[in-house]
Design a protein around this ligand. Structure first.
Ligand SMILES: Cc1cc2nc3c(=O)[nH]c(=O)nc-3n(C[C@H](O)[C@H](O)[C@H](O)COP(=O)(O)O)c2cc1C
Length: 182
């Protein structure tokens, strides 16, 4: 099983990175082939809305997203991590998500080449674990429309300093088990 993790936080060693890593470590323990990409360190430009991808699914922007298109097609599971920034994912994560438009055919069917499980992994400063449920529900629907199978959404709350998550042993154990169960 091939699993890729995408960290949408500009803090490469922050809470979201640690959360994604924990899920992938669990999966790796069970024999999965895992790799993590830091979106903020990659060159993934925002979609320019040219619709060139509608012809055959090829995006004309020649940047690191080309690698990620291939990685997604080769993967069974994608773990998309992001901190909440202003009640949504980061701009880096959103640029990546907009570029997934290339996987949608003009009739709105998918160019994904098989079942792709998607795990959403969020961290947020606010301690209220219910606060952004509306957003996570929307994301599950939106990614479902894109033909991803959203298996789980894991949300870590109350993380501000880059290693705050390390004091939340229960959530780290949950994340690792989530990876093992993949
Ligand atoms: C620009 C910015 C906007 C943020 N907006 C929110 C927000 O709307 N709600 C929230 O709970 N936390 C918000 N946070 C806090 C982050 O979501 C939180 O600290 C997160 O764990 C950071 O992840 P990281 O350690 O991977 O960078 C914001 C942080 C920044 C820097």
């Amino acid at each position: 099983m091939k699993i890729i993790g995408l960290n949408g936080s500009p803090r490469a060693d922050g809470n979201t990175a640690k959360l994604v890593k924990e899920i992938l470590s669990g999966a790796s323990d069970n024999g999965a082939d895992v790799q993590i990409f830091n979106l903020a360190k990659m060159n993934v430009a925002p979609c320019i809305g040219c619709y060139a991808c509608k012809k055959d699914g090829t995006c004309i922007l020649d940047d690191d997203m080309q690698k990620l298109y291939d990685e997604i097609q080769a993967s069974d599971v994608i773990v998309l991590g992001s901190p909440i920034y202003m009640w949504e994912m980061t701009a880096q994560a959103k640029s990546f998500v907009d570029r997934l438009c290339a996987f949608i055919k003009p009739d709105f069917s998918t160019r994904l080449n098989g079942e792709k499980k998607l795990i959403l992994a969020f961290t947020q400063g606010n301690p209220d674990s219910e606060m952004f449920n509306f957003y996570f529900e929307y994301l599950a629907k939106m990614f479902g429309f894109l033909a991803f199978n959203v298996e789980e959404t894991i949300v870590v709350t109350g993380t501000v300093e880059r290693s705050d998550i390390l004091s939340q042993e229960f959530i780290l154990e949950t994340a690792r088990q989530m990876g093992k169960d993949l």
